[in-house]
Ligand binder design. Sequence first.
Ligand code: IVH
Length: 672
Amino acid sequence: MIKEKSALKRIEELQDLINYHNKRYYQFDDPEISDAEYDKLMTELIQLENTYADHIDSTYSPTQRVGAAPLEKFDTFTHLTPMLSLSNAFSKDDILDFNERINRFLDNAKDISFVVEPKLDGVAVNLIYEGGTFTAGATRGDGTAGENVTRNLKTIHSLPLQIKNASDIPDKIEIRGEVIIGIDSFKKLNKRRSDAGETAFANPRNAAAGSLRQLDSKVTSKRPLDIFCYAIGYAKGKTFKNQWEILQTLAGWGFKVNPHVKQTGNINECIQYYDEMTLLREDLHYEIDGIVIKVDSLETQARLGAVSRSPRWAIACKFPPTQATTSIENIIIQVGRTGVLTPVAKMKPVPIGGVTVSSATLHNQDEINKKDIRIGDTVIVQRAGDVIPEVVKVIKPQRTGSERIFHMPDTCPSCGSRVVRLEGEAACRCINFDCPAQIRENIKHFVSRGAMDIEGLGEKIISQLLDENIINDPADLYYLTKKDLIVLERMADKSVENLLASIERSKSPPLEKFIFALGIRHVGEHISKILTKEFFTLDNLIKATADELTSIKEIGPEVAGSITKYFRLSSNSKMIEKLRKAGVKPQDATEKKPSELTGKSFLFTGTLESFPRSKARDIVESLGGNVSVSLTKNTDYVVVGKSPGSKLGKAQQLNITTISEDDFLELIKETS
Ligand code: IVH
């Protein structure tokens, strides 16, 4: 009995703790614990919940977010109230017309108040909460009924499984929002997919839609989905006065509401907002394709009603097109680091949203076939945010008959070797390890910031060094002399010295950066960190067997195979030997294991002069400590920079050791 009681208490404790860490990770992008510590908490909770399944209701436990067994197909879900669509405005005149229509309809001359919101470019969903618990969710479908994607929605960390601490929640409520994928997450996801030879998503919206419509919710749980809520479809027994109140209430209940929503007094302020958002758009980390103007008062909304499937009280004002029409002059092939051949359309330059676009990725042959893209075609291209431009579609009526069908070459354009398309892969690959294009891309990767971080060694210099046969692999960089470099274009004494100095500086990288720099297929920054934590030294990793590797969580047979294959290849071991001979020595993770910082918790306040906080965090973490943003009694050191914030006073009150930036530098020097 006592055991059960304490287990139930522990379950609650773990649920709260994991929810807190989810928030830090997914909402604030600022985790306080490592992945391994997080996994430990999760495993403990899953075990306890399974053991005490008869005594608890785990509907809103964070364990529900990790996905369930795959479905055969989605059930149809009928919305309690239809999900309407919006009519569109494309200019300021259209916005003024909208205002006039409303005024005419209402027969009043008073200014109308509106709420203006970003028009999020994602997937509209409907969420049902009963008694405050998330019970079902569906896509919009035809507006009357959509697909029941409840299990997939549960994997979205910013979607509350339970509305907490609110006394005013209706028994049954329908909440509407937009599921999105942020631009950075989208890029990372696509990179992961193309690294694995899978087809890339065309844009963040497609990626969000594809992820939400996965029959296997475990797949969805690995996708970086996010959600903003903006409407209530139905709320049993509860009435709201206006849209602004709805947004405030949703935020108060724990739903994510877009921070750029605004209440305006009249239509001119809406037009001003449209101009502001047109500028702000480029800085947002998710895509929006316009703004939505909504009449604020719900009573007025009701009076205005809807025409066919769009309300009269709202309008979507689209941003100027990010699309343009141009023609494809050629399709060329780019060879990537892992030998993947990517077809790239070279187009007649065309301005889109202030940037001249002249090339667009076509991804692979399947994509080209699907869109039936030919050389000479007139096409619509699209550029959104800083995502790589895309060919949206071909304008087929404009074909003259002289267009040429494109086929991926049988041989690599760089080295002439035969190209293969492995089973199950969309990509074609050059499998010649000596392919010059691959070598160049590999060296570019090797020197890049997340890898060996050799400053001042750009693509142009690398290409010249390769063309002149001065280098053949990354290790050769460490044998460069002043004589080799001074002959290169635009390299004066000073730049040669600087480059040699930054090559020298890169000789003892953290092990994880070195592993990442090697460019082993499927081994990105994340896997490199895991390998470092598991193996501590490069030699241990080189000796690791496939069995040892697959016994590590997160490493499957494909990654393990790729790692063992890499180190088995004699050209790779020779290259590593050559690096060592030149004095390159990755820092073993064991050497600094018993550091003074191990297990210690740091907090920074004020500006640091020696390096940015992100760098300070890297250093602390590499020495086994952790950095948090909130001050607790568990904080060990508060590092006080220039113009410290209120945390300094609080730290003194709590009797926590405060140290200066110099003390901190001393501390890390001693330990590393
Ligand atoms: S309100 C009738 N607010 O736009 C009210 N919709 O064409 C309709 N959307 O399917 C929804 N951002 O996917 C609303 N802030 C926002 C929105 C938004 C994006 C999408 C939504 C809807 C489509 C309507």
